[in-house]
Design a protein around this ligand. Structure first.
Ligand SMILES: C[S@@+](CC[C@H](N)C(=O)[O-])C[C@H]1O[C@@H](n2cnc3c(N)ncnc32)[C@H](O)[C@@H]1O
Length: 258
């Protein structure tokens, strides 16, 4: 047996939980433990993961807090759209929240990704976690950004699109760059290119209902100053709020059309 890696308490607990042995990870380089167990916990849900999707991060749960506050403030039924759903983490956690709030009405629920393999997993997670009757409420759509989304109005849009600047990919931890899908990581030259394209499509297709908000997870450099300088159109068209994550890094943006 080659003992080539020191396991954290979290990794040891995960192995124990899924009846795996520490030795099972020793020969797997820096493989994240979640890809070995096949599961991750996210916002009270146990989600299946595989190497076609990013492992949902704990910070992303904080984006849900911002979204649910908005959902509770809306007077109209929710029309929800996620771009880049991956394992389905955000959408499923938000759907779970909606189920618990029986006074909130749901009008539309779209979860999209450019990766068909990711969508297959997101659908599987939905079927595992929710009653079959709810499957008719949710649309899983394969789409490059908003290409396939037509003639709808949404009052809650969320995206945790790839946001790492291309030249920073090499500097990521090996456990990330060697195992997680590059399609989920590389956000283009500044990391904001895909997000910018998505926001321009939202504007061009006129997808925002009255009182709509767009919730984004972004790279720590993607603050207001950065957007004003590099993406002035976005700065002019939206009022933008910045939020830090639990590690005190600038991480979330909430946009409203001016
Ligand atoms: C950072 S991962 C986030 C996954 C999940 N939403 C989460 O929070 O864990 C980004 C996701 O965006 C998807 N993606 C990348 N480029 C895309 C595009 N052009 N259009 C739609 N989705 C895209 C990837 O396949 C990946 O699932």
């Amino acid at each position: 047996m080659v003992k080539s890696r020191k396991l954290s308490v979290y990794e040891k607990n995960q192995l124990l939980k899924y009846s795996l042995k520490e030795a099972d990870l020793f020969t797997k380089g820096e493989l994240p433990v979640e890809y070995l167990t096949g599961f991750v916990n996210f916002a009270e849900l146990e989600l299946k993961v595989n190497q076609n999707v990013l492992i949902p991060r704990v910070e992303t749960e904080e984006l849900l807090d911002l979204m649910t506050a908005h959902a509770l403030s809306l007077k109209e039924p929710i029309s929800y759209l996620e771009i880049g759903t991956g394992s389905g983490a955000i959408s499923l956690a938000f759907f779970n929240f909606l189920l618990k709030q029986n006074q909130i009405l749901l009008k539309e629920f779209f979860s999209t990704d450019v990766s068909n393999k990711a969508l297959i997993l997101a659908k599987e997670n939905f079927s595992r976690l929710f009653k079959e009757e709810f499957l008719t409420k949710v649309n899983f759509l394969e789409s490059n950004l908003l290409e396939k989304v037509i003639n709808q109005k949404f009052n809650l849009i969320v995206a945790n699109l790839p946001y790492i600047p291309s030249n920073k990919i090499n500097g990521l931890d090996q456990s990330v760059k060697d195992y997680e899908p590059i399609l989920a990581l590389d956000g283009g030259e500044t990391g904001f290119e895909l997000i910018n394209n998505m926001l321009l499509q939202i504007l061009n297709k006129n997808l925002l209902a009255k009182n709509a908000k767009v919730f984004l997870e972004v790279y720590e450099d993607h603050n207001l100053e950065f957007i004003k300088e590099k993406f002035p159109k976005i700065y002019e068209e939206f009022s933008i709020e910045e939020f830090k994550d639990q590690f005190e890094r600038q991480r979330f943006l909430v946009l409203q059309k001016i």
